[in-house]
Structure formats: structure tokens, C-alpha cells
Design a protein around this ligand. Structure first.
Ligand SMILES: CC(C)(COP(=O)(O)OP(=O)(O)OC[C@H]1O[C@@H](n2cnc3c(N)ncnc32)[C@H](O)[C@@H]1OP(=O)(O)O)[C@@H](O)C(=O)NCCC(=O)NCCS
Length: 173
């Protein structure tokens, strides 16, 4: 099992089949999906496929989202990190984005900020990315704040399957 990053409160490691239940708790919650297209997951089989998809991305692209684990309890909290996106969005294709998603009980404690900051440093210093992108629904205040805090710049708004989203970029000079 590979651990990529440790922060004061968190372990950021590869996503594992054992994250199934924690992922289901997160992704079956309508509030979690409020700014993600409003389609919470209904069955655990779908989550099993998501975990398989992420693990396949590790093999195909050398990167994929990582699980966030509470250091003090060893519990699954959510995911964070990078994804190689092959679908066209806002005129971009085959690009790396940064993201995060947490179970609702962990919101409002700075966890997303802690994850995202640590991942940015890892992406720039270890993975040597020179371009990192991100997308956030225009009304998702917390997510927009996190992206700005970690240094991404808002470039434009675009239509993401019928929802207006902000497009963010970080370009190494
Ligand atoms: C977005 C999400 C990851 C934020 O996680 P979090 O750990 O609560 O975020 P943080 O505690 O680090 O807060 C970041 C900032 O947003 C603010 N914030 C948090 N929740 C907020 C809310 N509901 N309304 C307004 N501001 C909020 C915080 O005060 C903080 O501001 P600061 O940087 O000025 O201190 C979490 O809400 C989530 O998992 N949502 C569902 C999935 C999702 O939307 N992912 C992002 C897709 S783009």
C-alpha cells in the first residue's frame, strides 16, 4: 500500500478496495453531490466500479485520485489529488486536474485546504507538473476558496453538462 503524503492530520494514500464503505457513505449523500450534478450514488456496486476505475488510472496514466485517511482514527474521510482527464472540458483534453471530496461529517475543519495544499506541493515538487487545472461549480463557495488559496487562478466560466463552472489554472513560469 503506497502512502504519498502525510500532513499533520491526514494520510494521503492510494485508493484501495477496502475504501468501499467509506466511499459509499460519501457518494450516496445528496449534499455531497449538490454541486456535482445532483446525482448521488444509489448502489454500492457503482462505487466498486469507481474504485476499480481509479486503480486502473494508476496503471494507465501513473496517476489518479488518492484516499484521505484520518491519522488519529485510520478512518476513510474522502479523496483528493490528481486525475488525468481524457474527456474534453472547456477546450482542454488530456490534462491534469486537482480535486477533493469529503464525507459531510468532515466539512468545515480545513481538511480540504490541508489536502489540496499538500497535493499542490507534491504535484509541483515530486511529480514535476508544470500545468495543473481545476473546475468548481460557480456556487460552490468552499471549493472556489480552496482553489484560490492554493494558488490557482480563475480563467473563465463554462458550461459543464448544463451547470456553470469556473475553470482554474496553475501554470509554472
Ligand atoms: C468542497 C469541500 C471539499 C470543502 O471541504 P472543507 O474541508 O469543508 O473545506 P475547508 O474547511 O478547507 O474550507 C475552505 C474554505 O471555504 C470556507 N467554507 C467551507 N464551507 C463553506 C460553506 N459552506 N460556505 C462558505 N464558505 C465555506 C472555509 O471557511 C474556508 O475558508 P477560508 O479559506 O477563508 O478559511 C467539501 O465541502 C466537499 O466535500 N463538498 C462536496 C464535494 C465537492 O463539492 N468537491 C469539490 C468539487 S469542485
Amino acid at each position: 500500500m503506497k502512502i504519498f503524503i502525510e500532513t499533520p492530520r491526514l494520510i494521503i494514500r492510494e485508493m484501495l478496495p477496502e475504501d468501499l464503505e467509506g466511499m459509499f457513505i460519501m457518494d450516496s449523500d445528496p449534499e455531497v453531490h449538490r454541486y456535482l450534478g445532483n446525482q448521488p450514488v444509489k448502489d454500492i456496486e457503482t462505487i466498486k466500479q469507481v474504485i476499480e476505475f481509479v486503480r486502473r488510472q494508476y496503471v494507465d496514466f501513473g496517476i489518479g485520485r488518492w484516499s484521505v485517511i484520518d491519522k488519529s482514527t485510520q478512518e476513510f474521510m474522502g479523496w483528493t489529488g490528481f486525475k488525468f482527464n481524457t474527456e474534453e472540458r472547456n477546450g482542454h483534453v488530456n490534462y491534469i486536474d486537482i480535486g477533493y471530496r469529503l464525507q459531510k461529517r468532515h466539512w468545515g475543519k480545513g481538511i480540504a485546504s490541508e489536502c489540496a495544499e499538500a497535493c499542490m506541493q507534491y504535484g509541483l515538487n515530486e511529480l514535476k507538473y508544470d500545468k495543473i487545472f481545476a473546475v468548481a461549480h460557480i456556487d460552490n463557495i468552499a471549493s472556489n476558496k480552496v482553489l484560490q488559496k492554493i494558488g490557482l487562478s480563475k480563467k473563465n466560466q463554462f458550461d459543464y453538462d448544463g451547470e456553470m463552472c469556473n475553470w482554474y489554472e496553475y501554470l509554472v513560469q
